[in-house]
Design a protein around this ligand. Structure first.
Ligand code: MN3
Length: 260
């Protein structure tokens, strides 16, 4: 997939949802079940960020901006999605636009072959391509009234790997709160072995660039939580568990495990 569908103001909400569903399928691989439509937003949507010239665009949120309240506040969602994510996309498009040979490459192709990218744009693509990929996944791993614990194959694999869901949470929280400065905590799958792991990355580095598939991630940059949680990252991480869409994460696990 070398481009994201561009969201225009003339699209109806139905088109937007359809566009999102297509983008989600492209993003996570085939056989992703369609996500049920979220109830209509309870506040006017923020106008879409100005279209950035280039192959990549910010995918619309699959739920209303206030859908994750009270765990993630509506103002943070507007700023995070419409401003921060949009900035990564703009900078990614600018970087990719400097080299014709990069045209047509998917975000996954870029991030899994950073060493082949021309040196003058390599760091920009690592940072902003990672920012685009990581945030695109982040919006998808959350939902309105999320939370609970994973069941099925993923639940079993988490129990087997970490001991229990609670033990997984302990490790994941430690990875999230222990990352010094900005970064992400992840549940990843090693496609070579099928093994799960908890890890963290600095800045916008993606586990993809290290050969692993991120199944679940939490953004621990201050912009992700400061408005509501101020300096208390641990409270934000504790609240994040109440937003997780485990069905989505389990489907992603199943999709990628098939190719192991
Ligand atoms: Mn962020």
């Amino acid at each position: 997939m070398n481009s994201d569908p561009i969201l225009t103001r003339s699209q109806s909400r139905r088109d937007v949802l359809k566009t999102f569903a297509l983008a989600a399928v492209a993003f996570v691989g085939s056989r992703l079940p369609a996500r049920a439509a979220d109830p209509a937003p309870t506040m006017a949507p923020t106008p879409a960020a100005p279209a950035s010239a280039g192959p990549f665009s910010v995918p619309p949120l699959p739920y209303a901006y206030d859908a994750l309240e009270p765990h993630i506040d509506v103002e943070t969602m507007h700023l995070h999605h419409d401003k921060h994510h949009a900035a990564y996309v703009k900078n990614l498009n600018d970087a990719v636009g400097k080299h014709a040979e990069l045209a047509g490459k998917s975000i996954e192709e870029l991030l899994t072959s950073l060493e082949t990218i021309p040196e003058d744009v390599r760091m920009a693509i690592r940072n902003n391509g990672g920012g685009h990929y990581n945030h695109s996944l982040f919006w998808l791993v959350m939902k309105r009234a999320g939370g609970g614990a994973p069941t099925g194959d993923l639940g079993g694999a988490i129990d087997k790997t970490f001991g229990s869901y609670k033990d997984f949470q302990t490790q994941f929280t430690k990875a999230a709160t222990g990352r010094f400065g900005s970064g992400w905590a992840w549940l990843t799958l090693d496609p070579a072995t099928g093994k799960l792991a908890v890890e963290n990355t600095p800045n916008q580095d993606s586990p993809l660039s290290a050969g692993r598939v991120p199944l679940l991630g939490v953004d621990v940059w201050e912009h992700a939580y400061y408005l509501k949680y101020h300096n208390v990252r641990a409270d934000y991480v504790a609240a994040f568990y109440n937003t997780i869409d485990w069905d989505f994460v389990a489907q992603r696990y199943a999709n990628h495990l098939r190719s192991v």
